[in-house]
Design a protein around this ligand. Structure first.
Ligand SMILES: Cc1cc2nc3c(=O)[nH]c(=O)nc-3n(C[C@H](O)[C@H](O)[C@H](O)COP(=O)(O)O)c2cc1C
Length: 198
């Protein structure tokens, strides 16, 4: 995959739900629609469609900041470097992010090495790079978002994004599908617009 010159800011969405009809995915798509309406270019990566392993802790990135494991995560790393803003969307599973999301985050160890050990810039994209965390959980205990956010913040820092905001929806298991909640969809579009605004 070759990334040519860009005129518009790229907002990269990464969806970590294992499901095709995903509550979290509905919100993410609305956030990206809001960003597109505000003038951004958008791209959505669904982790469930990719083939990748978790981090092997092989040390292969220690001297270069590049992951040596040749699988679909290589394209995610390229997109993370090219993106101006990032929207990471994950359902809560056992009080944290989903397995798909956590495996992707662990593979960002090469980003951590690049930034904090090799003291390199995470990206050549200029200006503030913002990170938005979108999450849904089935239960009513919204503390799970705070717990998951610790991991997401560490990931965003390593990949060169400032943790800028959050969009959370609790109690999805006891409510109508998020896709039928006009107020929540409107809020998601609004957040997407603000993400790329001033
Ligand atoms: C393996 C698994 C673990 C889950 N763990 C939690 C949990 O700890 N707390 C919670 O509130 N919901 C939990 N849920 C419910 C999901 O967070 C909820 O259904 C979510 O909206 C699913 O999002 P999705 O449709 O985008 O995959 C879990 C669901 C699964 C399948």
């Amino acid at each position: 995959m070759v990334d040519g010159p860009r005129r518009r800011a790229l907002v990269l969405g990464i969806l970590g739900s294992p499901r095709e009809r995903s509550n979290t995915g509905v919100l993410l798509e609305r956030v990206l629609a809001g960003a597109a309406a505000a003038g951004a270019e958008t791209e959505l990566i669904r982790l469930r469609d990719l083939e990748y392993s978790s981090c092997r802790h092989c040390g292969g990135c220690d001297k270069t900041g590049e992951c040596v494991v040749q699988d679909d995560m290589q394209q995610v790393h390229r997109k993370l470097r090219a993106a101006r803003h990032l929207v990471l969307a994950s359902p809560i599973q056992f009080s944290g992010v989903s397995g798909e999301t956590k495996a992707m985050i662990d593979r960002a160890q090469c980003c951590w090495v690049g930034r904090y050990r090799l003291k390199r810039a995470a990206s050549e994209v200029e200006g503030e790079r913002r990170g938005l965390f979108v999450g849904t959980c089935g239960g009513r205990d919204a503390r799970v978002f705070e717990w998951a956010a610790h991991t997401v913040k560490a990931f965003m820092n390593s990949a060169g994004f400032r943790y800028w905001g959050e969009l959370f929806e609790a109690n999805t298991d006891g409510s109508p599908p998020v896709g039928e909640r006009r107020d929540r969809l409107a809020e998601a579009e609004n957040v997407g617009g603000r993400l790329v605004g001033q």
